[in-house]
Write a protein that binds this ligand. Structure first.
Ligand code: XUL
Ligand code: CO
Length: 442
């Protein structure tokens, strides 16, 4: 660590040792320096550490307080604590070989008694972060504002029925945009933490959605005004904390953005556990965003399918990640996005080492999936199958359907005079699942 006086971790920088290694504190698939198609794996993957989980997560749950106690959590006042914590964080980012990090304003700096005081604290910490970024080369993938923890936001931020709360949230986002720009953030995220409702008995749904859109337009206007050129990302989630959130999933997000003239401003930050909470697969959400040309970034985690809440686990499911990677690579990648580990340690994983094991597992799984997906795409077997499956639309009346050159009358005539009854064709699902397994398991 170049910047901190003292090291906070006994664990050394994690090395790539290959699949044969039995060292649990080594990468087996993620070799950050490996060059593939002229770019390092680190550049391909653009891994990012989520400050809130990795450095503010305590293991608390609705039934009990935190279990995780970190040795660096000390200092004479909240700003000093925040600085030392940040030193530890940047040491960790380096040791885990993550080129990016992400934060909420209130993760990195304490909230003051007034907005002015909160802004002052934030400025002090942002200056510290800037130094650490410069010294380590670690960059900001995205910044965001926490518009959901403080009780003032209990009924929402931009969708709050009280214009005063809207104004406060607007002021907070103004500052969050400024500091994201200051730190060179490549994106800015909107997750509608409490932008939804508990009961329609007290809610004007149409008005709340219009307010949310107005809020986003204001943010876009201000970003332009200050010259922030990062990508705006919206992160859908169907429920939790509110019973119903307006940015439910990618499809409803697209409808919302298009309705309110925001489709050109936003791309999607897709989180695995949010997808499954919405009743979709991770790959489904990626495909829907990609089909609209709005795939932006990934919050890399996993949910427990037996539990109905956001467990935010590290994802080690190579099959799920391979399918996701196929869709991401086919869509041309994530551009300015990356894979941000919006994932937290289990409540019993209280050792500092666990933080390393968790991220090593996530990075290795993603890197392995990336390589398998590249092979799948290069060999093109699935693509060939799918192309063939739709080939009747490549010529003749099928092509005319796609081009909008034919109507019901002509199609009726064709069926009555020429085509007759279609011949049933197998979808070959089991064959394809077996084919997928040959890539996963040989
Ligand atoms: C919550 C969640 C957030 C966003 C950023 O479920 O995913 O941490 O990623 O506000
Ligand atoms: Co997230």
């Amino acid at each position: 660590m170049k910047t901190s006086k003292k090291s906070h971790f006994a664990v050394p920088t994690i090395q790539f040792e290959g699949a044969g290694s039995d060292n649990p504190l080594a990468f087996r698939h993620y070799n950050p320096d490996e060059v593939i198609d002229g770019r390092t794996l680190s550049e391909h993957m653009r891994f990012s550490i989520a400050y809130w989980h990795a450095f503010r997560g305590t293991g608390s749950d609705p039934f009990g307080p935190g279990t995780i106690v970190r040795p660096w959590e000390s200092g004479k006042d909240p700003v000093s604590v925040a600085k030392i914590r940040m030193d530890a964080a940047f040491e960790f980012f380096q040791k885990i070989r993550a080129p990016f990090w992400c934060f909420h304003d209130r993760d990195i700096a304490p909230e003051g008694r007034t907005l002015a005081e909160s802004n002052k604290f934030l400025d002090q910490i942002v200056a510290h972060a800037k130094q650490l970024q410069k010294a380590t080369g670690i960059k900001l993938l995205w910044g965001t504002a926490n518009l959901f923890s403080n009780p003032r936001y209990m009924a929402g931020a931009a969708t709050n029925p009280d214009a005063h709360v809207f104004a406060y949230a607007a002021a907070q986002v103004k500052k969050a945009l400024e500091v994201t720009k200051e730190l060179g953030g490549e994106n800015y995220v909107f997750w509608g933490g409490r932008e939804g409702y508990e009961t329609l008995l007290n809610t004007d749904l149409k008005r709340e959605q219009a307010h949310l859109a107005a809020f986003m337009h204001m943010a876009n206007d201000y970003a332009k005004e200050i010259g922030f050129t990062g990508q705006f990302l919206i992160e859908p989630k169907p429920k939790e904390p509110t019973k119903h959130q307006y940015d439910f999933d990618v499809a409803s997000g697209i409808a919302f953005l298009r309705t309110h003239g925001l489709a050109k401003v936003f791309k999607f930050n897709i989180e695995t556990n949010h997808a499954t909470l919405a009743g979709h697969t991770f790959q489904h959400e990626i495909e829907v965003a990609a089909a609209a040309g709005m795939l932006g970034s990934i919050d890399a985690n996993a949910g427990d399918l037996l539990l109905g809440w956001d467990t935010d686990q590290f994802n080690t499911d190579i099959k799920e990640l391979t399918l996701a990677m196929v869709s991401i690579l086919r869509a041309g990648g994530l551009g300015s996005g990356g894979f941000n580990f919006d994932a937290k340690l289990r409540r019993q994983s209280i050792d500092v080492d666990d933080l390393f094991h968790a991220h090593i597992g996530g990075m290795d799984a993603y890197a392995a999936a990336f390589k398998i997906a590249r092979r799948i795409l290069a060999e093109g077997k699935f693509a060939k199958f799918v192309k063939e499956r739709y080939s009747s639309f490549d010529t003749g009346y099928g092509k005319d359907i796609e081009k909008g050159k034919i109507g019901l009358k002509q199609l009726e005539k064709l069926v009555l005079t020429k085509l007759g009854e279609p011949k049933a064709k197998s979808g070959k699902q089991e064959y394809l699942e077996n084919l997928l397994n040959t890539y996963l398991h040989g």
